[in-house]
Design a protein around this ligand. Structure first.
Ligand code: FAD
Length: 516
């Protein structure tokens, strides 16, 4: 197998797992990270861009988009890397053991991951990559990549250093550059606008009439928070939400509308059904744009209407493969496990363990994929959207990489999460009915859990460790009823292995026969 010198740009979740996989495969890895810590998206920053809409190209850019109240929107069992489970750390007071924890818990997890696998030593912190390009030199340096970088805060050409690599893996994230909905008449409209990238806390919206544009996770989360202080909250979106916002709150101060048609100088905003509202603030929850300001191959890889391409399997530009690759462009699929599979594939391709198809075959494959999207009338900016294709994509990567397909419990749990979030948009993070899948997940995790948790010899058992008031009653075959919707910590034992999980606010939990 070939060992290559590889540059990884970014030490967020994608950069961390990519560097672990590359090193496991025997490559020499250098990770460039512009900030002073690992975690990327998951490092909360109370500061915001100097232009909260992100239109001014000379604005001060704050990389991070997290809002203060954010709890994850995937169950931790689904969200974590496959062989480093994202389990609750119940003996540590600073941690959030909930199944859908606060964002701080994810940062802890990523830091633990980086420390556990000794990745910190690979990372050059506060080092921003400003240029990545092919080296146009004599034969022996052909297909090599030059990376130019500088230490944070240093300016001028003398502060720029460079290094040559065999390959570059781009893991720089895509939640920093706001995508903005164009609203006719907005220039004359007197209100205030911001993008969700620059939303942190609800207090500034106190007593205001607020319009949110968008209907994905951040619009749902942010509207619920702003609702607690605002005079009125309106939501405009292309598709009707799964449930009306009034169902979320049983309150008429939150209304759903079709998309915005235009805005007027008297402060009103008109919707496509011609209804209108006088609005003080517009919050655009309209997603983000891919942006790679350091890439000097703009004629080969382009970003067109938020489609980065041409890319074979969302990762390799056929003409530059395998020297250049992208991890983490896909969306609407559990990010961390997807990054893990993408990283295994890239690492294996770079070492020569896995073969890529010939360049022409990859080009044809990408063209066929674009054609399919066109025929199905999928907008270009949905190119990297996986949605229903997520499991086929993951299993394809796993098969190519020679590792196990995505766990069945993980697939089922992800689907169950979607069903639950639709049925209980206001409480899905605290109320669920997939306890049987949690048990399966933990049985699977037991192979990776630290030895100190093991040691019990009873065959299979469950033990209630902490209980805050509720009563647990066996109500039928394999089913327990939890009378009070609070948190239960359950530790399980499976032969020599053990683990723990939390049940929170559930009504009924189906557990496997051996557990009761
Ligand atoms: C508001 C919000 C909520 C989310 N909620 C969830 C959730 O609940 N569950 C979930 O699984 N996912 C969630 N996500 C998705 C999340 O972005 C991914 O889970 C994942 O963390 C993305 O990791 P990444 O490494 O691709 O990018 P990032 O985390 O963005 O990391 C990229 C890194 O690259 C560095 N970098 C960028 N450019 C350069 C450069 N030129 N030089 C050097 N370093 C550079 C950055 O500093 C950063 O550290 C959420 C995202 C957002 C924005």
């Amino acid at each position: 197998m070939i060992s290559r010198k590889v540059a990884v740009i970014g030490a967020g979740a994608a950069g961390l797992i990519a560097s672990r996989e590359l090193r496991r495969e025997g490559h020499e890895v250098v990770v460039f990270e512009q900030s002073d810590r690992v975690g990327g998206t998951w490092v909360y920053n109370p500061n915001v861009d100097s232009d909260p809409l992100g239109l001014d190209s000379s604005r001060t850019i704050i990389f991070n988009s997290l809002y203060e109240s954010l709890r994850v929107n995937l169950p931790r069992e689904v969200m974590g890397f496959r062989d480093y489970p994202f389990v609750a750390q119940v003996n540590d007071d600073g941690r959030d053991p909930r199944r859908f924890p606060h964002h701080t818990e994810v940062l802890h997890y990523l830091e633990d991951f980086a420390n556990h696998f000794g990745l910190i030593e690979l990372i050059r912190f506060e080092t921003e990559v400003i240029y990545v390009g092919l080296l146009e030199e004599e034969e022996e340096l052909k297909n090599k990549w030059v990376v130019r970088y500088r230490k944070k805060g240093e300016v001028g050409s003398s502060s720029v250093a460079h290094e040559v690599f065999d390959a570059v893996v781009v893991c720089s994230g895509h939640h920093t550059h706001p995508n903005i909905a164009e609203i006719p008449g907005i220039d004359a409209w007197p209100g205030k606008q911001l993008h969700s990238h620059s939303y942190r806390v609800p207090e500034p919206f106190s007593g205001q009439v607020v319009l949110l544009i968008g209907n994905r996770a951040s619009a749902a989360d942010i509207s619920k928070k702003i609702f607690t202080v605002a005079k009125e909250v309106h939501i405009a979106s292309r598709s009707t939400m799964n449930v009306s916002p009034t169902k979320w709150f049983g309150n008429n101060n939150m209304r759903h509308h079709p998309l915005v048609k235009c805005a007027h100088e008297d402060g009103t905003v008109v919707f496509q059904d011609r209804s209108l509202v006088r609005v003080d603030v517009i919050v655009q929850c309209t997603g983000y744009k891919y942006c790679f300001p350091f890439l000097e191959i703009s004629d080969i890889v382009t970003v067109d209407d938020n489609c980065v391409g041409p890319l074979y399997q969302h990762i390799f530009p056929p003409v530059l493969a395998p020297g250049l690759s992208f991890i983490g462009l896909t969306w609407m699929a559990p990010p961390f496990p997807t990054f893990e599979l993408q990283s295994k594939w890239v690492a294996g391709v770079l070492s020569g363990r896995i073969s890529l198809p010939y360049k022409d075959k990859m080009i044809k494959d990408v063209e066929a994929f674009y054609f399919q999207l066109k025929v199905a009338a999928v907008p270009k900016h949905y190119t990297h959207f996986l949605g229903e294709k997520q499991f086929d994509y993951a299993d394809w990567l796993a098969a190519e990489s020679g590792c196990q397909p995505l766990e069945e419990w993980r697939k089922e749990m992800a689907k169950e999460r979607d069903r639950n979030a639709t049925a209980r948009p206001e409480s899905y993070r605290d109320e669920w009915e997939d306890g049987d899948l949690i048990v399966q997940a933990h049985e699977d995790f037991s192979q990776y859990l630290p030895a100190e948790l093991c040691g019990r010899t009873s065959k299979h058992s469950f033990e209630l460790i902490s209980i805050q008031m509720p009563t647990l009653t066996k109500v039928g075959n394999n089913t327990v009823m939890i009378a009070d919707p609070r948190t239960l910590l359950i530790r399980w034992f499976f032969g020599e292995r053990a683990g723990s999980f939390l049940l929170t606010a559930c009504t009924k939990q189906k557990l496997p026969a051996h557990s009761l």
